[in-house]
Each structure stands twice: as structure tokens, then as C-alpha cells.
Design a protein around this ligand. Sequence first.
Ligand code: ADP
Ligand code: MG
Length: 667
Amino acid sequence: MSELLAVKGIGKVLEIKLKSLGINNCIDLVRTFPIRYDTHRIDSYEEAMLNTEIVLPAKIFKNASVAYIRRRLTKMTIIVLIDKYEVSVSIYNREYLRLYMIKDAEIVITGRFEPDFKHFVASDIQLRKNYQEGIIPVYSVANISDKIFAKIVLGAYNIVKNQLIDDIPDTLLKKREVAGIADFYRIVHHPKTMTDILAASRRIKYDELLKFALKIVCMKSINNQTITRSKTYDIAKVRQFIASLPFELTDDQKIVTNEIFRDLKQSRQMMRLLQGDVGSGKTIVAMIAAYAVVSGGEQVALMAPTEILAHQHYKSFTELIAPFGVKIAFLASDVNEKSKSQIISDLSSGLIDIVIGTHALIQDRIRFRQLGFVIIDEQHRFGVRQRKILREKGWVPDVLFMSATPIPRTLAISVFGDMDVSSIRSMPQGRKKVITAICDYSGFNDVIHHCVSELKKGHQVYIIVPLITESHKTNFMAVDTVVKELRHLIPPEFTIAALHGKLGGEEKNQILTAFSMQKIAVLVSTTVVEVGVDVPNATEMVILDCERFGLSQLHQLRGRVGRGKNQAYCHLVTDAILLGTNRFAILETTTDGFVISEEDLRQRGPGEVFGEEQTGIPKFRMANLITDHELLEQAFVDAHLLIDSVNEKAKALVATTFFGIKEPNLD
Ligand code: ADP
Ligand code: MG
């Protein structure tokens, strides 16, 4: 006999239904949580003065009458007594209740009074004897009523409650005042008070956060043991290089440069995340470190997520480091085969010092003579998988990750816990803030008007659009439609060009080059310009249908303007602000990427912001790394205690279990 049939209330038919839902045994059953709870309680007549929605007991005074109003709309009216008052209660489309609505029947009505207190519009009517007070779990399982489901869950619970094994040690449960597993399942399915529900959710959150913390602490403890060569470098040359830069480093840049150099000198492999807003000057810092490693006779690879960005880096590296006799190469998928072979052979012989490119760099048949340092830009787009590839190739270069989606330091330490974190918070002096405004499409023409006034000053404009071509599935704007429309609104002397990911690499480069040489005035583009494009003469960015993007991404996008000496503007256009809350308002008030990403994380959660697959940050069932920060910190303390208490062999075992992308089960 199957285990399910042992539960009182489950027969053959119900068993088949459950199995079709993937519920095969008692444990599966108790692990099916309610999606929400409804609170049922009967109010008193006096409360009707205070509450609009109210639940009242009533006694039927006159049998119900039903009126047919129009097709599929009926209205049933009954006269009842509430306390001693006569009230006319109406309810729509429930004529089947008429049978029970007979004189003297006791009922419970849910709804609201009309202002005269003589009429009541009900949303629900039940017989008093059926009305269940208390907190009612709502499961919403297909084809099984909540009442029956709650009953069989309880039956299953009683069968398995003594076999449940808690994977959180008793001591921690006590210390953090978290419910043990058996209690947890009981209160999840049968809470008596709201406090019970809070306790249950705290257990889930702690459970999730502790496992997350264990994984990170574990990875970090493994990482600490990776030994690599400590780098030597020519400090005089490095000083000379820094002195040659066209500007003085900011204090933050100096601090993080020192942090990186300290890592380079150590024999432990560097795994450092350098985070700072767009334009805060991360690239320069990376360049200084790269030059140092080259001065010590080793090679450097810089990986960027897009060819545009890689090419941009290639340009700035060439400009600033090549004069010091450093050989730099660019490698991407559309570099022709002949040059590619040459580059590959020069890398293995050591003729090339620095190679810059996309992820092709680490996936190709590339061999280095001595790769000492890898820089990974916009790390949230690469993440764990590429890190794994490096490891699998048996390379142990020092690694610097750069991210322009900065997050607050305390959170960064937990989210990127297997890395050390350096932050550049301050911007180079003299940067103007991009003036940002949000409007709905009724303001579109005014926005374009503003663009034209910028164009007339000789400046350039980006228009960012979510789609390449129109789609029947969504109403979002597309590049080709927008280009057509703009031709009517923008004087013909200003050239308009379209840019998107479907164009070939060569074509993309041509368009970007033309834009940077001011041969194109208006660039209508998808988010391919999000990172790396640097055209200081562009002073205006318009982002259409901005609800398609997260706050951090919008902030990144607008970082394409405000790179020159002129005041820059960003206009966000969306009708979404007419329909719901304006979640973009923060972009008008601040340009601090740390603040914006914190809000983005609060709105969407890290799994969404960074991409779960990419970073290994799970999408939590309940926990939120921002709002549950306190519990997160406690989980980290506990995770350290647990990891420190096990031996190396066990640690390694845990590490391999956790290193995979797949998350362990919740229970
Ligand atoms: P990020 O990589 O953080 O987006 P970059 O390193 O590309 O930023 O720097 C953005 C721009 O600011 C570049 O044009 C760079 O030359 C310039 N820059 C960097 N550091 C400074 C500084 N300390 N003072 C003035 N300009 C700087
Ligand atoms: Mg950058």
C-alpha cells in the first residue's frame, strides 16, 4: 500500500490526483506550503462604524428574492436582522444560495454597509454553522479544496512528525530562537496566531540564509588555500606610469590600488572585486595593476562581456600603456583567422604582454607563456561559470573582477563572500550630475524637443529602446519604429542611426566610430550601449519604456552621458507611472550607484539583479538579503562557527557539494 493511502481521508481517487501533482508521499504533502493565510473572525455591529469591510452574524427575517439584471448577472436580496436592526443584504451571482436562505437561518455576511446603514453589499454569505473562525491556510492546489487539503496535510504530518530530521543543529535553533523542523511544519499548516506565522517564516528565512552563508564561507575557506606565485614588479616604472596619467588619482583610487598591490605581493591567489560606479575610474586602477604585472615579466588578460566594451578598453590601454613599450592585442570572435593565429602564437611565445577581448579569451585554444593576472570587467555578467573555467584550465592567475553595479559594502561581503571587495565611492572631481526626469508618453514630444535643442548646440543624443523590431506580444517600442517616428520630429540635418545586437561586429563598430566622430547625431539603440561606449559629446539620453529595465541597468545606461564638460540630461519615458507606483523616482533624486543598487536589490532581489545562474545567488523563497540583513549577519556568524568546527576533509566535501550551480534542497 502506498504511503499516501495510510493517511485518513486519502482514497484511490485522491491519491491519483496527488501523484499527478508530484506529491508522492507524506513528506511531499507536508512540504506543500500554503500560498497565503486568510484570517476569519466575526466582528461586532459597532465595528461597522470603523471598518469598511466587515464580517457580521445575521438572522434571516424574510426569504431571499433573486432579480435577473442582465446576462450572467443576478442579484439576490435578503432581509436580515443584525442585532435588532433590519438590514437589506444583497449579493451578486449567488442565486444558488437561495435554497439555504430561509427564514430564521443563522448566517455570516462579509461585505460593507451603504452609508444609510440599512443596506449591506455582501461579497460572501455563509451559514453560521459552516463558518470557521481563525487563521485559514490557503493552498490553492488544483482540483482539491483547501478544506480537504488542510485535513490530509495534518493527517500526513501526524504520520511523519517523528521521522523529520532537522539539518539545523539544536544549539543554533535555541540560540536564534528558531522553530525546530517538527514545530515548523505544524505551525505552517496549522497556525493559531499571526505570531505563529511570523515564527514559521523566520524559520524558512534562517534556513535559507544559513545554507547560503555556509556555501559562501566554505568557498572562501577553500579559496584562501589557493597558492600562486607572488608577483614582482618594478615599482619605479609603476610610479612613472602613474605620473604620466593626465590626472591625479582620487583618494579612493589610491586606496584600492594599494589593496590590489598588496594582493599581488601575496602568494595567495587574488580574488578581488573592484566595485564603483560607471566613470568612477576603475579601468585606470586595473591598468596600473596590469602594467605592474607586465613590468614583472608576466602576461595579463582583460575580459569584457561585449566586443564594444572590449574594444573601448583596447583603445584606452593602447593610448596610455603602449607608450611604455607594452605590447597589447585585441581578440574577439570576428578578428580574422590570420590575425587570430598570429595573436595566439604571440601569446604563447610571450611577445604579447596584454590581451584584451571577450570571453573567447578563456574558451579558445589559447596558451599563455606566463599568465599572471586576469581582469574581468562587469563581473556580474560573467560570474561563477567563467571563474570555474579558469580553475579547470589549471590557471591560478590573480583575478580582479570589476563591477559597475556597486552594492553596499556589508552586503557585498555576503553576496560576493568568496571575494575580497574594494570600493571606489567618490567620483573624479568636476563631474556634473546627469539631470534626470521621468514622464509618460504625453510628454514624448517635449522630450524630443529638448533633444533637438541639445542637437542645435552641436551635442549628440542617445535614444534607448527595448526591442529591435516590433512584436505582437508586447507593446514595447522598437528601434525601427522609433527611427521612423524621429525622422518626422527631428530636423533632417541631424543624422539618425540605429544600433542593436543583431548587427555584425564590424557594422556595430563602424556605427559607434561614426557616432564618436560626430558623424551621427542621434543614435537609436538597444541596450548594447549599456557599457563601454564613451562619447563625451553626447549630452542627452532618452530611455523609452524604461519599465523594461532594472534601476541599476537604467543607472548604467545613463552613465553613457555626462562624460564631457557639458551638463547632461536623461529622460525616462513610460506609461507605467500612470498605472502603478513610480519605482524610478530614486533616479531623479540621486546619482549614487550604491544607493540605487540597494533600492534595486530591495525591489527585485539579488537573484534578479545579478542573475542567479551567473552568480550562484539563489532566488530565496522568503529571505531577502536587504530587508533580512540582521538575520543574514547572524547566519554568517553561525556558518563560520559550523565550518570552523569541521575538519578539512568534511570541508572539502561540503565545498564540492556546494560548488555546483545547483542549490541544495531546502530541507
Ligand atoms: P569606470 O571603468 O569606472 O567606468 P573609467 O576608468 O573608464 O571608469 O574612467 C572614466 C573616465 O574618467 C575616463 O575617461 C578616465 O580617463 C577618467 N578618469 C579616471 N580617473 C580619473 C581621475 N582620478 N581624475 C579625472 N579623470 C579620471
Ligand atoms: Mg568600466
